[in-house]
Design a protein around this ligand. Structure first.
Ligand code: GAL
Length: 827
């Protein structure tokens, strides 16, 4: 204590003398001479050469521990996805029926040569969950929340030469989640190095306010500078802004500042003329480079991407982006990547977003937690709006071991870190402080809501805050009663959209979660009325069928939700509805409602777990995109298991989703079955067709002119395999992927719509199989195998590159079928 006091007095004296000297000197010095760039900061990927042990190994935290027998692996890693499935796994089917438990990771590394003059930090993008970290046996900290990014400074315990980092991951307290979480260091890890005077991690916050009248933008930059020297430091800060083409558009005059020990924030404002706006169609980003200059040396230089855009939620007119009205056409997404589990892979996330973009989707809700940073980077780049969500529970639990256990101790830090980390993403337009939080039902919700909103607003006043609510009676909704939310976010209850302005005058409105329709790709079951599975909250679910499937006719939904069409119709009708987030874009692992085991993944997706669109994908595409859509369902190979789309009767309901046309004409084997056009608010047209095998053909026309033609043929005998890669050229970076769709077809190439052949894969060359899937929600086959049964004609092999250039040959064989091969080039 005495020692510290003494040090502080000395430092103060030194800094006072130094500051009076430097303030006068610094700016002229910079003007006079050329600034030298020294080793400013580095951030390297720290994913390779980890050792892993599944189980507890308390001694493994120590620097001297024999991990020779442990498994060697590269992060990101999710041990749960490696399986096996078991109904008795403590995560339960709701958590995907996969193993959880405790795991340990260790990594040996050589300390950077100059570490004594540097600040060395390890950054974890996310560890699920309850991580504890040691360096050379010294405890660095614990972080319970599995979806938050965190870091530890290593400098103090680093030693020259070999060092050991050990991480314990404890996901054993179960059940802890209503969906599949994954387990392990499932996101990227980084090692960063800065000088002792440096911009803090997440230390740059940029707010760009568009000034329409002057066709300019005010750029407000806040820079938190960390000073780890022992005294106040003098320096200058220079901000340079480059547009997307690399052209310098703003260069600030050097700003002289004094930074006291620990840290301080420097604020600067700049004007940017004729800004290029970030939008869905043109997601343009600027690059800010902030330099800290001391004694003519750049001691730190940090890049920050940001966008210039304005947006507004209006109680009457709904949402607008850059002053143009825009319906939010969103989907909710959980974080798993199907067969890859929770292990982050940028290409896998990009593929999900490509598929959704193609559908016309323009917004994502990160249900119900902060996503991987790369996911937000992709949304920025690809032009998606994002609702970034913090929590699924507060103090009151949904399952026994969920975040309720950590809320009191950690919510402030976790929420702050989410806002700081994600602050500069132009894609983010909304912060959500929670999903269907139990505290909305009692008065404790008031204080917590106020507190959480304050935490957000202290850091960010540029974005609205909401919570996804379910209690629809204002007087009984205590989160709403807090009066702190900017927007009313309602889950489900599409029938209340119409009168919302009457019941909640002047409130801004968003459908934060909708629909929860249930579908299995390629499975058709005709129904005269819509099925609610389950019927209500009280009745045991006994409906369903022995194949654990739900009809893709868009005629099944959870009782609290609706079919896709039911909500879509309401959402498009009213301007005050800013938009919707459909539950969900993709199927996800866990929450296999309404079915019991062996069902282990959700039925809610518009796209199945393997990334194959269900029919409702084309409903959204016809409504949300400008592409010419003409989509027919079901398939034309009846009967299946003796039934015609679930009925004895040989009459098939043929549905058609279309757009950009006045009418569609349907033909069976060349004979017209009549023209149809959507009436009133209809979103599809329908023919009842007496089944006969052959060719079903649809033609859409506008003003008599043909817009699109589609044909489905009755397939013959299964004869061969067809392989289609989403990309045949991939990068030799050790992470890039090619998603290969496997189709079972007849001799002429028609898909066999109910084929379930077992397909074996063989791989040669510079790649490996990262996962296999077929999108069936009740398959208990492993995702990590070199075989997969087709489901309704399709399966998927995910091929991953190594760091070697060359070729990958994938061969697929199945009994009785002609085999197929495909070659992928790795560059
Ligand atoms: C909602 C909930 C989601 C999911 C969905 C299933 O109430 O917010 O996380 O459980 O139901 O329909």
């Amino acid at each position: 204590m005495v020692n510290i006091k003494y040090k502080i007095i000395i430092f103060l004296m030194v800094s006072i003398i130094a500051s009076s000297y430097c303030v006068a000197q610094l700016v002229p010095m910079i003007r006079q001479s050329k600034v030298e760039h020294i080793d400013t900061r580095s951030r390297i990927n720290f994913n390779t050469d980890w050792k892993f042990f599944l189980g507890d190994a308390a001694e493994a935290k120590s620097a001297v521990f024999d991990d020779a027998k442990w498994r060697k692996l590269t992060l990101p890693h999710d041990w749960s996805i490696e399986g096996p499935f078991d109904e008795k796994n403590p995560a339960k089917p709701e958590g995907g029926g996969l193993p959880t438990g405790i795991g340990w990771y260790r990594k040996e590394f050589i300390a950077p040569a100059n570490f004594k003059e540097r600040i060395i930090t390890i950054e974890f993008d996310g560890v699920y969950k309850n991580s504890e970290v040691w360096l050379n046996g010294e405890f660095l900290g614990r972080r319970p929340f599995g979806y938050i990014s965190f870091s530890y400074e290593l400098t103090k315990y680093l030693k020259p030469g070999k060092n050991v980092i050990a991480v314990k991951v404890d996901n054993s307290a179960q059940p802890d989640s209503r969906w599949y979480s994954g387990s392990g260091i499932y996101r990227n890890v980084w090692l960063s190095s800065t000088g002792k005077l440096a911009i803090d991690q997440w230390g740059t916050r940029v707010v760009a306010s568009v000034q329409k009248e002057t066709n300019s933008a005010q750029i407000n930059i806040r820079t938190r500078i960390k000073n780890q020297w022992l005294n106040t430091q003098q320096l200058t800060v220079v901000n340079s802004i480059y547009d997307g083409s690399g052209k310098l558009v703003v260069k600030s005059t050097p700003k002289a500042v004094r930074i006291a020990v620990v840290d301080e924030e420097v604020v600067s404002n700049h004007s940017l003329n004729k800004p290029i706006l970030w939008s869905i169609e043109n997601p343009h980003q600027y690059k800010l480079i902030t330099e800290l200059i001391q004694n003519n040396k750049v001691v730190d230089s940090k890049e920050t991407l940001f966008g210039v855009r304005s947006f507004n939620f209006d109680a009457k007119a709904g949402f607008s982006l850059n002053n143009k009205s825009l319906k939010i056409k969103g989907v909710c997404m959980h974080h798993d990547l199907g067969a890859l589990g929770a292990a982050v892979n940028t290409r896998a996330m990009e593929r999900q977003l490509e598929i959704l973009k193609e559908m016309g989707c323009n917004a994502i809700r990160t249900a119900h937690n902060p996503p991987a940073p790369e996911f937000l980077d992709l949304c920025d780049k690809m032009g998606f709006l994002v609702m970034d969500e913090a929590f699924d529970v507060w103090k009151k639990k949904k399952v026994s071991k969920d975040y309720n256990v950590n809320f009191t101790e950690w919510h402030k830090r976790d929420l702050q870190d989410m806002i700081k980390r994600d602050f500069n993403h132009p894609s983010i337009i909304l912060w959500s402080i929670g999903n269907e939080i139990r505290e909305q039902f009692d008065s404790t919700g008031i204080a917590i809501t106020k507190e959480l909103v304050n935490i957000v607003k202290e850091l960010d006043q540029s974005r609205p805050v909401l919570s996804a609510l379910t209690e629809t009676v204002a007087a009984k909704n205590f989160i709403y009663q807090a009066g702190a939310l900017d927007i009313y976010g309602l889950n489900y209850n599409h029938k209340l959209y119409k009168d919302f302005p009457i019941n909640y005058p002047n409130e801004k409105f968003l459908g934060t979660e909708t629909t929860s329709a249930l579908e299995t790709r390629g499975f058709y079951d005709t129904a005269d009325s819509i099925r609610r599975w389950p019927k209500d909250g009280k009745t045991k679910f006994i409906e369903g069928n022995s194949s654990w499937a739900a009809s893709a006719y868009d005629n099944v939904s959870a009782y609290w939700g609706s079919t896709h069409e039911e909500t879509l119709k309401e959402a498009k009708k009213y301007d005050h509805v800013s938009g919707i987030f459909v539950w969900t874009g993709f199927d996800y692992l866990g929450e296999p409602l309404p079915y019991a085991w062996p069902a282990r993944s959700s039925y809610f997706g518009i796209v199945d777990l393997a990334g194959f669109p269900k029919d409702s994908y084309y409903l959204y595409q016809s409504e949300w995109s400008h592409k010419n859509v003409l989509h027919l369902l079901p398939h034309w190979n009846w009967p299946v298991n003796g039934l015609f789309a679930g009925k004895q009767e040989k009459v098939i309901d043929v549905w058609c989703y279309y757009n950009n046309a006045d009418e569609v004409e349907l033909y069976l084997n060349g004979k017209s079955l009549g023209k149809r056009s959507k009436q009133n608010d209809e979103l599809h047209v329908l023919w009842k067709v007496d089944y006969e095998p052959g060719t079903l053909k649809a033609i859409s026309r506008k003003n008599g002119k043909e817009i699109a033609v589609r044909e489905i043929k009755t397939a013959g005998k299964a004869a061969k395999i067809e392989l289609v890669a989403d990309r045949k050229d991939i990068k030799a970076d050790g992470t890039d992927l090619s998603f290969v769709t496997v189709k079972i077809t007849d001799e002429a190439g028609n898909l066999i719509p109910n084929a379930d052949n077992l397909v074996q894969f063989k791989i040669d060359g510079v790649g490996f199989i990262a996962g296999v899937d077929n999108g069936f929600q009740a398959s208990l086959e492993s995702f990590k195998a070199n075989y997969r049964k087709a489901y309704n004609g399709l399966c998927l092999a995910i091929i991953q590159a190594t760091e070697k250039k060359g070729k990958i040959k994938l061969t697929a064989t199945a009994e009785g079928l002609k085999e197929a091969e495909i070659v992928i080039t790795v560059k």
